[in-house]
Design a protein around this ligand. Structure first.
Ligand code: ZN
Length: 143
């Protein structure tokens, strides 16, 4: 708060109020849970990062409507380098403030391939766990 002027503080509060109205903390917790659950699938991590970026841009839009783009930009500048700031997200927010359209980049083929391998690895792991549980319970192996 000491680094923010009155307009920037109003922008930060409007930004955070927008997050609260939209339920973004819960959405982010769910996205993080899913990303952690499917840690072996890079496309899921990409989806989570994209979600964070989308949440931040929407909150910035709301803050700019409530205050001004200049106040949002000033707050971003004042808070740049904070431990909670993600450089990729901050870059997207600055691009938006400059009027650029923030388009999602298509995932590289390598990421698609690694994701397919990750899905197979998770499926095999789940089958192994299921078989072990069935064997431990005295049932028959499904495989
Ligand atoms: Zn935010």
């Amino acid at each position: 708060m000491a680094r923010l002027g009155e307009p920037e503080l109003a922008a930060v509060l409007a930004h955070e109020a927008a997050h609260a109205r939209r339920g973004d903390p819960l959405r982010l917790a769910l996205a993080s849970f899913v990303a952690d659950l499917f840690f072996a699938v890079p496309l899921v991590a990409r989806w989570r990062r994209s979600s964070v970026r989308r949440f931040e841009l929407r909150a910035d839009e709301a803050a700019a409507r409530a205050t001004s783009r200049g106040a949002v930009a000033g707050a971003l500048l004042a808070l740049d380098g904070e431990p909670s700031s993600v450089p990729e997200v901050t870059a997207a927010r600055v691009s938006w403030l400059l009027g650029d359209q923030c388009r999602e980049q298509r995932p590289p083929v390598r990421e698609l391939g690694l994701s397919a391998l990750g899905v197979v690895a998770l499926a095999v792991s789940l089958l192994c766990v299921a078989e072990a549980l069935l064997l431990f319970a005295g049932g028959h192996s499904p495989l």
